[in-house]
Design a protein around this ligand. Structure first.
Ligand SMILES: Cc1ncc(C[n+]2csc(CCOP(=O)(O)OP(=O)(O)O)c2C)c(N)n1
Ligand SMILES: [Mg+2]
Length: 576
C-alpha cells in the first residue's frame, strides 16, 4: 500500500496502518465510540476483515489466539467501559501467556474527558501497566497526526522483550479528525541474542553436570527455533520437558522428550526434575504451574543448578536466584545453543533414555467405563491430521488432553496447542474459532468442559456466521465434556471439605441441540465405542461439529475419582 498523504479520517489511517503491519483479520464487538475505525474497515474489504463477535471476552480470546498462532499481535477492538471490562480476560491471558496482542478501545471525545462521561473509564489505571498488570503499555492517542507513531510503538512493544498485550485508547473525536499522516512500514521486532560469554558458561555448566534437564516454554518461538532446539537436544542428548501449556515446542514423539512439566505432572517426571543437578530453562517464566507451586524448583534458591534464559530482563531474577541468567529472544537462543559443541561422550544418556521411557509409560492407564477419556484423546491423536490445532480452556477435562495428546513440534504452520497458562475458562471455543478462521485448511479441535464451554459458547454463531471450519479442507470440532459439574472445584471441595458440595453443581442444556441451533452438526457420546465413529464423521462433515460427551461426575482426573479423593480426605481427618 502506498503511503497516504491526502487527508482522511484518522480511523481510516488506523486501518491502513494495520494493513501495513500485515493484519488481515481483527476481532471485536462494535461500539459507537469507534465508528470511524469501523468505516476504515469498510474501505478495504478485500484486504482486512472485522470479525464481529458476540461478547468482548470471546473477541479478546480470539485476538490472543491469533497472537499465539502468528507470533504477531492479535488485534481486538472494543468500546469504552463495558466493552473494555468484558475484554479484560483476554488481555490478562495475553499477559500471563506472553502473547503479543493489541486491544484498541474507543474512548469518549477529548472535550468530555474526566467528567465520567457516558461509559468513560481511565484505562491507564484499569490495565496497569506493570509486571503484575494486564498490559505492557497503555497509550492514549490524542493527536491524529501521531497515530502512526503510536501504532508502530504498540507493535514493537507487543513483540519485543517478553511479548505481551498493549492497549491503545482512541478518543472518538481523534478518530474522525482528518490527517495526512503517512503509513509507516511493517514493524519487525528487535530480538536480543545471548551474549557469547554467557554461552560459554552454559557449556561449562553442562560439562559439569551429571543429570541435566531442559524445560522449554514461553513465547517467541518459531519453527526454525524449535528445529534448532531439537538439534541442540540431540547433540547433547538432553532430556526435554515442556512447560505448562507449551507442549508443542518439542516433538512429543522424539526420543529425548520427557513430558510436560505442568498441572497433573507425571509423578516420575516430577521426581526427575527434583533429582536433576542442572535445570536449563529455555524460555519459560518458571511460574507457579511449571514449578509445582515453586516446589519442584524451590524458590528463591533451587536445589538444582539453574540456567534461566528468557526474553524479558524483568523476568530474570524475579523469583529465582539462577546460577546463570541470559536475556535472549527464543528465536535467537535456540540457534545460539545449537552452536555449542558437545563432548565425545556424555554421562547422562541412560538418564535421558529413562526420561522418555517414563513418558511412554505414562500413556498407559487402567480402562475407565463407560466413557474412557484417555481413549477419547488417543483416538483424536490417531485420527486428526498432524497439523491440527488443539484448544482448551480451564478445568480437569484438559488433563486428559495434556497427558494423552502428542503434540508435534511447532512447525511452519505454527502452534498446535492453544491453551491459556492463565487458566482462563472460556478460552477454548473462541481460540478455536480464531484458528479456524485464520487457517481454513487446518483442522481445529476444541475440548471444553461443560462449565468452560458455556462461558463463551455463543461464539459458535461467530463460527457459522463467518464460515469457520467450512471454507477449506480443515474441520472445526468442539468436544464438550459434560460431567454436570465445575469438576475442578468439586475435586478441591472433596479434598478439603469431603462430602460438602457447595456451588459446584452445573445444570446443563442439551449441548447437541444447542449446537444444532447454531448450525453445527452434533452427536452425543456416552460410551467409549461411540466416540471413534462420531469423531470420524466430524472429520468428514461439511459443517462444524459439536460432540457432547457424557462423563460420570465421579471421574475426576486422569488419575483418580471423587470417591477416592473423599475417602482419602476422611481417612486423613480421622487420623488427625
Ligand atoms: C474465568 C474463570 N472462572 C473461574 C475459574 C475457576 N475454575 C477453574 S476450573 C473450574 C471448573 C471448570 O469446570 P468445567 O469446565 O466443567 O471443567 P471440569 O473441571 O468439570 O472438567 C473453575 C470454576 C477459572 N479458572 N476461570
Ligand atoms: Mg465440568
Amino acid at each position: 500500500m502506498p503511503p497516504s498523504t491526502f487527508p482522511r479520517p484518522a480511523g481510516h489511517a488506523l486501518v491502513e496502518a494495520l494493513i501495513a503491519q500485515g493484519v488481515h483479520t481483527a476481532f471485536g464487538v462494535p461500539g459507537e465510540s469507534y465508528l470511524a475505525a469501523l468505516d476504515g474497515f469498510h474501505q478495504h474489504p478485500d484486504r482486512i476483515r472485522f470479525i464481529a463477535c458476540r461478547q468482548e471476552g470471546g473477541a479478546a480470546f480470539m485476538a490472543e489466539a491469533q497472537g499465539k498462532l502468528t507470533g504477531r499481535p492479535g488485534i481486538c477492538f472494543v468500546t469504552r467501559g463495558p466493552g473494555a471490562a468484558n475484554a479484560a480476560i483476554g488481555l490478562h491471558t495475553a499477559f500471563q501467556d506472553s502473547t503479543p496482542m493489541i486491544l484498541f478501545i474507543g474512548q469518549v471525545a477529548g472535550d468530555q474527558r474526566d467528567r465520567e462521561a457516558f461509559q468513560e473509564l481511565d484505562y491507564r489505571q484499569m490495565f496497569g501497566p506493570g509486571t503484575l498488570g494486564m498490559a505492557k503499555w497503555v497509550g492514549e492517542v490524542h493527536d491524529a497526526d501521531r497515530l502512526p507513531e503510536y501504532v508502530a510503538r504498540a507493535f514493537h512493544t507487543a513483540m519485543q522483550g517478553r511479548p505481551g498485550p498493549v492497549v491503545l485508547v482512541l478518543p472518538e473525536d481523534m478518530l474522525t479528525r482528518p490527517t495526512a499522516a503517512p503509513v509507516l512500514p511493517r514493524v519487525e521486532p528487535v530480538l536480543a541474542w545471548p551474549a557469547p560469554g554467557a554461552l560459554r558458561e552454559v557449556r561449562s555448566l553442562l560439562l559439569a553436570a551429571q543429570r541435566p534437564f531442559v524445560i522449554v516454554g514461553g513465547s517467541g518461538w518459531d519453527a526454525n527455533a524449535c528445529e534448532a532446539l531439537q538439534r541442540f537436544a540431540e547433540g547433547w542428548q538432553l532430556p526435554v520437558g515442556c512447560a505448562f501449556r507449551f507442549q508443542d515446542l518439542f516433538d512429543n514423539r522424539h526420543a529425548n522428550y520427557a513430558g510436560d512439566v505442568g498441572i497433573g505432572i507425571n509423578p516420575k517426571l516430577a521426581q526427575r526434575v527434583a533429582d536433576a543437578d542442572l535445570i536449563l530453562a529455555i524460555g519459560p517464566r518458571l511460574g507457579e504451574m511449571t514449578t509445582g507451586g515453586y516446589t519442584l524448583l524451590k524458590a528463591p534458591r533451587p536445589a538444582q543448578k539453574l540456567i534461566h534464559i528468557h526474553a524479558g530482563p524483568e523476568e530474570l531474577g524475579r523469583v529465582y536466584a539462577a546460577d546463570l541468567m541470559l536475556q535472549s529472544a527464543m528465536a535467537c537462543a535456540a540457534k545460539a545453543l545449537e552452536t555449542l559443541a558437545p563432548p565425545n561422550s556424555l554421562p547422562w544418556t541412560a538418564w535421558t533414555d529413562s526420561a522418555h521411557a517414563d513418558f511412554e509409560a505414562n500413556h498407559v492407564a487402567p480402562a475407565v467405563a463407560p466413557l474412557d477419556m484417555a481413549e477419547v484423546v488417543k483416538t483424536i491423536a490417531r485420527l486428526a491430521p498432524t497439523d491440527s490445532v488443539l484448544t482448551n480452556g480451564a478445568g480437569n477435562f484438559s488433563g486428559w488432553l495434556h497427558r494423552y495428546y502428542r503434540y508435534p513440534a511447532l512447525q511452519h504452520g505454527g502452534r498446535t496447542q492453544l491453551a491459556p497458562t492463565s487458566g482462563a475458562m472460556g478460552y477454548g471455543v473462541p481460540a478455536a474459532v480464531a484458528a479456524a478462521l485464520l487457517y481454513p485448511d487446518r483442522t481445529v479441535i476444541n475440548i471444553a468442559g461443560d462449565g468452560d464451554f458455556l462461558m463463551t459458547g455463543q461464539e459458535l454463531s461467530t463460527a457459522t456466521g463467518y464460515g469457520a471450519g467450512s471454507r477449506g479442507r480443515g474441520k472445526l470440532i468442539v468436544i464438550v465434556v459434560d460431567n454436570g459439574s465445575y469438576g475442578t472445584i468439586r475435586m478441591h471441595q472433596e479434598r478439603d471439605f469431603p462430602g460438602r458440595v457447595s456451588g459446584s453443581d452445573l445444570f446443563n442444556p442439551d449441548f447437541a441441540a444447542l449446537a444444532r441451533a447454531y448450525g453445527f452438526e452434533a452427536a452425543t457420546v456416552a460410551e467409549t465405542a461411540q466416540f471413534e465413529p462420531a469423531f470420524a464423521a466430524a472429520l468428514a462433515a461439511a459443517r462444524p461439529t459439536l460432540l457432547h460427551l457424557k462423563l460420570d461426575t465421579d471421574v475426576s482426573t486422569t488419575r483418580t475419582s471423587l470417591t477416592a479423593i473423599r475417602e482419602a480426605a476422611r481417612k486423613r481427618s480421622a487420623a488427625s
